[in-house]
Ligand binder design. Structure first.
Ligand SMILES: Cc1ncc(COP(=O)(O)O)c(C=O)c1O
Length: 387
């Protein structure tokens, strides 16, 4: 391919969009494949953005985010975690994914290694590959009641080339939540080795059986080699808005501005205005969404339990289930069959990194009637599926 780096030229879209794109917008499909529900963002947030747009809030703003929004994020973090974060450590990239991309670009170059805890959302791997890095994976495994990460295996996978370790807790796709003691051990390790810890906490409020997931924010000092990524997509159901935030080491302030300018110079200003209002009244929105996800998780557990072929380790957080389908060898073929024959869209496991070929990811953020219908069709399909 002329004019394109060979390693980029060989890349494909991830396995979720690869499967979904031909059927996007088809109303007959029950979409359990993407990481979002089917309700629009709360009306008062949409109104705030629309008022700002009508009032002419259409100019460039600070590339690290409107100062008022960064202050609001600081206040929100104080209300949730009781912490005062130095506003100089907070930036507002145009999505959590952009936050990941900027962090990856700061840390990685050709020949470096990125150590990713798997299974992981595929775009993280792509962002590291675009930077030229090699990928090393340590996969969580199913414990007796939840997914588990072997910390010794994680540390053993670090080599002199490791420049970044990626952790996503609560995890997309398994729902695993990293414990406080595991976080502390990892942070101390990264401090000692000067490895960038990329902590993806976009599902920080989607916790199924506890009030809050442990956050690296509670542990990180101002000068730690850490970027904690978060955003509005998940907790406030604002996926299309493309606004994220990061808390990074104070020393990264200038570098963040430099890279932000060469990506998208931050989010649209009127979208940021919506985010300020979202944060002012966040708890009612978050509580209602979480109640929906908790009920969705119960439906998933109950309905999948009726099929002996679907082996689910229940999630502790986020809004996904990641079951193994007994007796299949191609998650892509299984998901394509489910889509073609039952009009249900789920994500194929292979796209979440090595070791996941027998798995599928089901998003349970959808309204319950459609979710239930989709799950029942999945069970029917799995019961009769032959490769
Ligand atoms: C683990 C994880 N990180 C980051 C993101 C990106 O979120 P955003 O919509 O803010 O880019 C997602 C979205 O699905 C995700 O699942």
């Amino acid at each position: 391919m002329k004019g394109v780096r060979p390693d980029i030229a060989s890349m494909q879209q991830n396995g979720i969009t690869g499967l979904a794109t031909p059927r996007l917008g088809d109303p007959s499909v029950i979409p359990l494949w993407f990481g979002e529900g089917d309700e629009a963002t709360a009306g008062f947030i949409r109104e705030a953005a629309s008022d700002a747009l009508l009032a002419g809030d259409t100019f460039y703003v600070n590339t690290r985010g409107k100062p008022e929004l960064r202050t609001s994020i600081g206040n929100y973090l104080h209300s949730v975690y009781g912490l005062r974060i130095d506003p100089k450590r907070i930036s507002v990239p145009g999505s959590a994914m952009m936050g990941v991309t900027i962090a990856v670009q700061m840390a990685l170059t050709q020949g470096d290694e990125a150590l990713l805890v798997g299974p992981y959302w595929p775009n993280i791997e792509t962002a590291c590959r675009v930077a030229g890095a090699d990928i090393v994976t340590v996969r969580q495994h199913e414990g007796a009641t939840s997914w588990v990460l072997d910390m010794e295996a994680l540390f053993a996978a670090v080599t002199p080339k490791t420049r970044l370790i990626y952790i996503n807790s609560p995890c997309n796709p398994t729902g695993w939540i990293m414990s406080r003691s595991e976080q502390l051990a990892l942070l101390e390790f990264c401090r000692e080795k000067s490895i960038l810890l990329l902590a993806d906490e976009v599902y920080h409020r989607a916790v199924l059986n506890a009030a809050l997931a442990p956050s690296f924010l509670d542990l990180a000092r101002d000068d730690d080699p850490i970027v904690i990524v978060n955003g509005f997509s998940k907790a406030w159901a604002m996926t299309g808005w493309r606004v994220g935030w990061v808390v990074a080491a104070k020393a990264m302030e200038t570098q963040w501005a430099v890279l932000s300018e060469c990506f998208n110079t931050g989010s649209a200003p009127f979208a940021q205005q919506g985010c300020i209002v979202a944060l002012e009244n966040s708890e009612s929105v978050i509580e209602a969404l979480n109640a929906k996800y908790r009920k969705g998780a119960i439906l998933v557990n109950e309905i999948l339990a009726t099929c002996s072929r679907i082996l689910l380790t229940p999630p502790e957080g986020a809004f996904y289930a990641f079951p193994k389908i007994d007796g299949i060898s191609s998650s892509r073929a299984f998901c394509q069959g489910l889509l073609d024959h039952k009009d249900v869209g789920v994500a194929p496991g292979f796209t979440f990194g090595p070791g996941n070929e027998q798995y599928i990811r089901i998003c349970f953020a959808l309204s319950h009637a459609r979710l239930q219908e989709g799950l029942e069709k999945l069970v029917l399909f799995a019961n009769s599926y032959k490769e």
